[in-house]
Design a protein around this ligand. Structure first.
Ligand code: ACO
Length: 441
């Protein structure tokens, strides 16, 4: 009879241990009992969490080998085709799709929170004219915690609901104001007759017209992009949010930390890198030379490959179709021809096939954002707007999870053993290796 346990032999001592397996995982804390020396329990070492589950979650399912992504059980393809961002946000945060009454209420509850305190505008004005919009978003989202001190009641369901609505309502406003600030344009008040995404477009692009009505195809495309980015289980920014929120800080501070994580080029900045690469290639005839450089290890094919997806990224397929819709409105960009041909050549090449490298979500999203008139610095801001639904869902899940505690990993200490302090007058000149020097100066 098969048992759900793992038997481990410690060859240092010859002792055997039986460790329970639950949900195809062992608890790292169960390794503590394995000791070659008293008090020195065995640790598991996993930099960057390559094979460590840090929580149990019911929000998003990914099967990277099969190219599956589902929010609360619903395939991403169906949500992208039939849902809208606020409905998907409800699903992600609350766990079920709403009926029409609940959806109306949810939309309304978020819309009434789209305005920001006038002092936030002054705060925005304090940034330099060339400030990066993600830096502004990190700062202003964090600042919201000072406007809503009640947000620290994280175990109060009503307070959590209120902060969730506020964050979903205000993030587009903060993002749009960051954009207007960098352009030297006046801030545009939210217009709640428009959809969530339509209002965002209005706050970004409204100029002197009495009424701004977004192009419905572009409005829908951006809404679908928000759906596609709404959650992706334990990615870098979500993990950052969970880490920071585990100290029981308010959700504005935790979301600011998540935005900060998304700011990094390895996370939210890859679509910009993909667009820059396509621009650098310049024309379809230069693709073979670029592919050669990729295969020689000189450069990477940006927007290709994924840590989790080893078949295809299901979001990439949807985005490719969206790119066609958007370009039918904005006019064709030369970049799309290069991207399509690059994808075709790469998918026929054994280098990419054997390494299971397929286009990821970032391969086409940057082309869409660029065609819609967004500056490249703004791409990760758009990512943040979609992802906030996921961050809030993970925050609520974590707060309610009785197994969670303040996140505090262990380390393997490889530094000096005890040393006696030498007074400055007797101390010899230190010998430092190059890395240490650069860190100490
Ligand atoms: N172009 C060329 N070769 C690549 C690429 C690429 N984009 N990605 C991986 N490879 C190669 C590696 O050189 C390696 O080859 P080797 O076995 O001969 O050494 C092999 O494929 C495995 O690559 P790893 O780096 O080990 O894969 P990992 O899972 O660590 O990396 C990552 C995933 C970071 C996404 C990588 O594929 C990459 O750098 N892609 C380009 C950047 C990008 O598009 N990032 C966006 C990801 S999606 C997101 O974050 C929202």
């Amino acid at each position: 009879m098969a048992k759900d346990t793992l038997t481990v032999t410690d060859n240092r001592t010859g002792k055997q241990y039986e460790i329970p397996i639950e949900h195809n995982a062992i608890r790292a804390a169960d390794l503590k009992q394995i000791q070659a020396e008293p008090g020195q329990g065995l640790l598991s070492y996993d930099p960057a969490f390559l094979n460590t589950a840090a929580c149990k979650s019911r929000i998003t399912f990914i099967d990277g080998d099969k190219g599956i992504l589902r929010y609360r059980g619903y395939p991403i393809e169906e949500l992208a085709e039939k849902s809208n961002y606020l409905e998907t946000a409800y699903l992600i945060v609350k766990g079920e799709l709403p009926d029409s009454e609940r959806l109306d209420k949810w939309k309304n509850n978020i819309k009434v929170h789209t305005m920001v305190h006038e002092n936030i505008k002054k705060f925005m004005d304090g940034f330099r004219y060339d400030a990066h919009p993600m830096g502004m978003l990190v700062g202003t989202v964090g600042a919201l915690s000072t406007f809503y001190p009640d947000a620290n009641k994280i175990f109060d369901l009503e307070s959590r609901r209120l902060q969730t609505r506020r964050l979903l309502g205000k993030l587009p406003t903060l993002a749009a104001y960051a954009y207007r600030r960098t352009r030297g344009l006046p801030y545009v008040h939210p217009e709640n007759d428009l959809s969530y995404t339509g209002n965002f477009l209005a706050m970004l692009f409204r100029m002197t017209e009495r009424e701004y009505r977004p192009n419905p195809i572009l409005e829908r495309a951006l809404d679908v992009l928000f759906i596609l980015h709404a959650d992706h289980e334990q990615n870098c920014s979500t993990n950052s949010l969970r880490n920071v929120a585990s100290s029981q800080v308010d959700p504005y501070s935790a979301v600011a930390a998540a935005v900060a994580a998304l700011y990094g080029p390895l996370h939210g900045g890859a679509n910009e890198a993909a667009v820059r690469m396509l621009e650098q290639i310049g024309s379809v005839d230069k693709i073979p030379a670029y592919i050669k450089r990729v295969k020689e290890g000189e450069v990477r094919l940006m927007g290709f490959g994924h840590r989790i997806y080893k078949n295809h990224d299901p979001r990439a397929k949807i985005i490719k179709k969206l790119a066609d819709d958007v370009l039918s409105v904005t006019g064709k960009s030369g970049l799309i021809d290069i991207a399509v041909e690059l994808e075709r050549i790469a998918l026929e090449d054994d280098y990419f096939v054997s390494r299971k490298l397929y286009p990821n979500v970032d391969f086409y999203s940057g082309i869409i954002y660029k065609a819609m008139g967004f500056p490249m610095q703004f791409f990760p801001v758009l990512f943040a707007l979609g992802r906030v639904a996921g961050w809030l869902a993970h925050w609520a899940e974590m707060v309610r999870d009785s197994e969670q505690k303040i996140a505090r990993p262990r380390q393997i200490y490889l530094g000096e053993d005890t040393r006696g302090y030498i007074t400055l007058d007797k101390r010899p000149r230190p010998t430092l290796d190059e890395n240490a020097v650069s860190e100490l100066i």
